[in-house]
Design a protein around this ligand. Structure first.
Ligand code: DGJ
Length: 739
């Protein structure tokens, strides 16, 4: 299979039938419409219209993106923006769907290439178009050279979310070098009150929400680290000054790519707004031989008129129904136990068995042994890469532990970090050339480890064989797939210098291929994407992994903020959260077990505490809350999420409500950081209920204020609201409403 076929297949896997060549699968993509006379294209779905067209110069130009237009509304054919001054060429003011670097373009290009003769001018014109089932496929070509670009557009009928991607093809007689390739450029018209929101972070501090006004100039959100990163996540939302949590326009998008990426938001001299999302052009160069192609990742973009809450609800739905493994009905997350915080590297058969027995007693469904079980691994200094069971810790292999876990009624899960190696390992001693490096240059270590070059065929084959054997020889239901460092010295000396920078794409392609192949061979095994916590969370990896490890920060109060940020972009259906020990290892904060549980119950519940230190009453509390969680998890994981009171901005209170898709259940979580000035508890007005249905209220933890009715209409809970009786520090409560 050629590189491009593989790349196509990867994209197809990711997009359920893909935008790059195969019929779209899954339910209900919207049918596009084309006005052939005006050359105007429209996609309409779920209250959203996206329209663009071809102007008289053959340029592809944006027309409209926002709330649905009437079907009979005729969009006028696009016209290029006239010259405004000799200092601002029309090409920089016209809202192109896919600008090439050329013809005087000084705003952000979607595609930039270099030809062997030094020409770096690329002017793309419409060649033809077709409606291919549910996709619009547009072909563009440079005005004189045989560089072809195929753009694909598909809109999800249920959410109005548009998936866009591009493929560049070299049909010239010699090589061309792709210096920059985006999935899409998306335009919004002039306004002086746009704001952009995005997620930044660091280890143990992921998904921090940033919001700032957009003024003329550029805002760049990116990573150059080879992996999605903690530092920024490939999601943005653009809102207007008056947009609120539950009202006002929000345009949003996320890139399905787990390598170096960039989202560039650019307001031009006249106030037009363009967002370009794709591979990070930093250090990027992808040489195409004659006949070769390169596909972009997919950019998934949506619109909601119902504020940030509405935007995240439609995006969550899209992820559940179109992206996640098992879509449109992904499996619910089992309650898991993970050994990491309890034992760190000191895992052994007796210790893990004791933890497993205690975990089973509180209702855990999946027992996961973390780092330390293999090679000479007793710290992060050695053993990574040697995926053989450590016989000192497990004299009889893993089988006795796995059997015991299975007998206790739980699934068994195992930690791996396949893409990495410690220099102090048999693998590295045998294959020092297998890591990403520049020959003769120092190899920078982080956590005493180096990154294996997964773009290499032999590394790929080795990892596939090793993981396949591990899964064949053991009854493993789940892999926690970790990735604990950023890239450095991104060299690939085995290929020609001009080919080396293909690494940025080829590595991630092979990662997707490896995950895809393992899933094909072991369809019952589930995978968690972890990268020192939430360093690899994006729509690319999400298509191949059932859940993500949100953050190594397990402090339940910090987690409220992290989870609030996370759910702006991604569904709680994949967001894992553990109950760990107090004081928490991150910040020494002490909170009650109940508080820790309620914070973690907002996502996929896990327990990571050292159960050997628990008292009888802790087990009793955990048993009760795990049992409660199982009655609400479908609503929490896959329901409609309302961030009723956000912890953003230092709020001392926060509250979320999850409403089941069928409306039959709603779950309210409320948290108080600290009481102040003897204030009375404010009433929390619920959302998303049926005003005409009666809902019975039941407390999972904490209590409602005196005189709160036991039953009332949806209208009452939404209009009058519910006051929670909470006072003190780090208080939490949770309620269920059943219709
Ligand atoms: C980083 C992960 O985020 C942790 O949960 C744990 O698995 C460690 N790696 C193990 O080394």
């Amino acid at each position: 299979m050629s590189d491009i076929d593989q790349r196509r297949r990867t994209l197809c896997t990711q997009l359920l039938g893909g935008l790059a060549g195969i019929a779209l699968g899954g339910p209900a993509w919207a049918r596009p419409s084309v006005d052939e006379a005006a050359k105007v294209f429209r996609l309409d779905g779920a209250g959203v219209t996206y329209a663009f067209g071809v102007n008289q110069d053959g340029q592809l130009q944006a027309l409209y993106w926002g709330s649905a237009l009437a079907p009979e509304d005729k969009l006028p054919a696009p016209v290029p923006v006239p010259e405004n001054s000799s200092n601002e060429m029309p090409v920089n003011l016209t809202p192109f769907e896919y600008p090439g670097f050329g013809g005087g373009l000084t705003v952000e290009p979607a595609l930039k290439v270099t030809f062997p003769d030094g020409v770096r001018d690329l002017v793309l014109r419409h060649v033809d178009h077709r409606v291919d089932g549910e996709r619009i496929v547009i072909r563009l070509k440079d005005v004189s050279r045989a560089v072809h670009v195929t753009l694909t557009y598909a809109m999800d009928a249920a959410t109005g979310i548009l998936a866009r991607s591009a493929v560049v093809e070299n049909r010239t007689a010699s090589w061309i070098q792709v210096d920059q390739l985006a999935a899409a450029a998306i335009n919004l018209p002039y306004s002086d009150d746009y704001r952009v929101s995005y997620l930044t972070g660091r280890w143990a501090g992921e998904f921090a929400l940033q919001t700032r006004p957009i003024a003329p100039g550029s805002i760049v959100i990116e990573t150059r680290k080879g992996v999605t990163s903690h530092q920024a996540n490939p999601w943005i939302a653009i809102s207007r000054g008056a947009t609120e949590e539950e009202a006002g326009p929000v345009w949003f998008g996320a890139l399905g790519w787990s390598g170096s990426w960039r989202i560039h938001v650019d307001m031009d001299a006249l106030g037009g707004l363009r967002t370009t999302a794709g591979y990070n052009p930093f250090d990027f160069a992808y040489r195409l031989k004659p006949g070769e192609k390169l596909a972009s990742p997919v950019f998934h973009a949506g619109y909601s008129g119902e504020g940030f809450g509405g935007a995240s609800r439609v995006f969550h739905r899209y992820q559940r129904e179109k992206i996640l493994p098992g879509a449109p009905t992904p499996r619910l997350r089992p309650v898991l136990y993970n050994s990491w915080e309890a034992t760190l590297f000191a895992v052994d058969e007796a210790g893990q068995t004791a933890l497993a027995e205690k975990a089973a007693s509180i209702g855990v469904e999946r027992f996961v042994m973390d780092d330390g079980w293999f090679g000479s691994r007793s710290s992060d200094k050695a053993g990574l890469g040697d995926w053989v069971v450590n016989r000192k810790k497990f004299p009889n292999g893993l089988q006795p532990l796995i059997r015991r876990v299975r007998d206790l009624g739980m699934e068994f899960g195992l930690w791996v970090e396949p893409e990495m190696v410690n220099p102090d390992s048999d693998l590295y001693r045998a294959h020092p050339d297998w890591v990403i490096h520049f020959p003769g240059r120092p190899r920078s270590e982080a956590r005493t480890q180096l990154v294996l070059n997964l773009a290499r065929k032999d590394v790929y084959e080795h990892l596939l064989t090793m993981l396949d054997r591990l899964l064949k020889e053991h009854d493993i239901a789940f892999l926690k797939w970790d990735h604990n460092r950023a890239w450095s010295e991104p060299g690939w000396p085995e290929v020609a210098p001009a080919e080396q920078q293909r690494l940025y794409v080829a590595y991630v392609d092979n990662l997707y291929k490896l995950l895809g192949e393992l899933r094909r061979r072991h369809p019952k095994v589930e995978i968690e994407s972890c990268a020192s916590g939430g360093g690899r969370v994006d729509l690319g990896i999400m298509a191949l992994t059932e859940q993500v490890w949100t953050s190594d920060n397990t402090d339940p109060f910090d987690r409220l903020l992290i989870q609030d940020g996370f759910t702006r972009a991604y569904t709680p259906a994949i967001m894992m959260a553990w109950v760990t020990d107090a004081p928490n290892f991150v910040n020494r904060r002490v909170t009650s077990l109940e508080y820790r549980f309620l914070s973690a119950m907002q996502g996929g519940l896990g327990i990571g505490a050292n159960l050997n230190h628990w008292k009888d009453e802790d087990f009793a509390k955990a048993r009760q809350l795990v049992a409660e969680y199982k009655t609400i998890r479908k609503t929490v994981q896959q329901g409609k999420l309302y961030r009723l009171v956000s912890p953003q901005g230092g709020s001392r209170r926060s509250a979320t409500l999850s409403v089941a898709q069928d409306g039959g259940q709603a779950v309210l979580f409320a948290f108080l950081h600290s009481s102040g000035l003897r204030e009375a508890p404010p009433r929390i007005q619920l959302r998303g209920l049926d005003p005409n249905k009666t809902y019975a209220l039941r407390a999972i933890a904490g209590k409602a204020a005196a005189q709160t009715p036991k039953r009332a209409s949806g209208a009452y809970w939404m209009g009058h609201g519910l006051a929670v009786d909470m006072a003190g520090d780090f208080q939490a409560a949770a309620f269920v409403l059943e219709a």
